[in-house]
Design a protein around this ligand. Structure first.
Ligand SMILES: [Mn+2]
Length: 267
């Protein structure tokens, strides 16, 4: 087993680019609480013990003075850039999915080639959603338009519109739609890899605490199986779209913590 390196953890409680419901700003604290209160085991399934402050360095949360999207975008990008400039690997806890655009913008400064593995019920590829350039429905369009990633592999998608299929074609994405799901995509992933994990990729039966319920999704077990099968260098990750207002008995927060542990153990 490889030695576990120290990974940084940053909370990004920004949800003003959500199109439907606010509430994703609750994500970082809700997921940390699962670790702190001790109801969940801090070991990964592979036998690594997650110790905050030792092998996972919690940097706390970014503070957003307002809902202004351009200001938030710049803050996120600047802070991520600062924290990875020493070569550190970093996991961000959202927040809505709009945070991935400025995060990737920062990673791009250090990785001229960056491959993204994106778990989601949604493609998040809209050219224009509600006239908000920064919308959580558009980050992967923004990333590709700006040349910030070499490839994107999307997994678990089950909501593509005609427009989003055109966008996917234009950006030459590799999409494993939920209806066609199998594990073959794992063999084609390249490094350095960034993982963007929208919790709504999971079926709402497993993870009700998200803003957008989209039935027919991955089981937690299948998602973990995908992660545990990865064998490429992972340089960063985010876990987004957890919404405490929709959760039941912290079930989804515990799922978020589990995904955090399993991703962390790969880094
Ligand atoms: Mn989603």
């Amino acid at each position: 087993m490889k030695i576990q390196s120290t990974v940084k953890l940053l909370g990004i409680p920004f949800d003003a680019n959500s199109s439907f419901l606010r509430g994703c700003s609750s994500g970082p604290d809700a997921i940390r609480l699962i670790h702190e209160q001790g109801a969940s085991n801090a070991y990964t399934e592979g036998g690594k013990l997650l110790e905050m402050g030792r092998n996972l360095l919690d940097l706390g949360d970014l503070h957003f003075a307002s809902d202004a999207a351009p200001t938030a975008h710049k803050l996120i990008c600047d802070e991520i850039q600062k924290h990875i400039s020493d070569g550190s690997k970093l996991i961000s806890l959202g927040g809505d999915h709009s945070i991935t655009f400025p995060i990737i913008k920062a990673f791009h400064k250090f990785f001229s080639e960056l491959h993204i593995l994106h778990f989601d019920a949604h493609g998040d590829l809209y050219h224009d959603f509600q006239n908000n350039y920064y919308s959580h429905a558009s980050p992967f369009a923004r990333i590709m338009e700006n040349g910030l990633a070499t490839s994107i592999t999307q997994v678990g998608i089950r909501t593509l519109t005609h427009h989003q299929r055109e966008q996917a074609e234009k950006f030459q994405l590799n999409i494993i739609e939920m209806k066609d799901f199998d594990f073959h995509f794992l063999d084609e992933l390249q490094a350095p890899l960034y993982i963007s994990f929208d919790i709504d990729v999971l079926d709402p039966a497993f993870a009700p605490g998200v803003s957008h319920h989209e039935p027919g999704g991955l089981s937690v077990r299948t998602a973990i199986k995908c992660l545990q099968s990865l064998n490429v260098n992972i340089v960063g990750a985010d876990i987004v779209e957890y919404n405490q207002n929709r959760d039941i008995n912290q079930v989804t927060a515990a799922v978020g913590y589990k995904i955090l542990k399993e991703i962390w153990s790969l880094m």
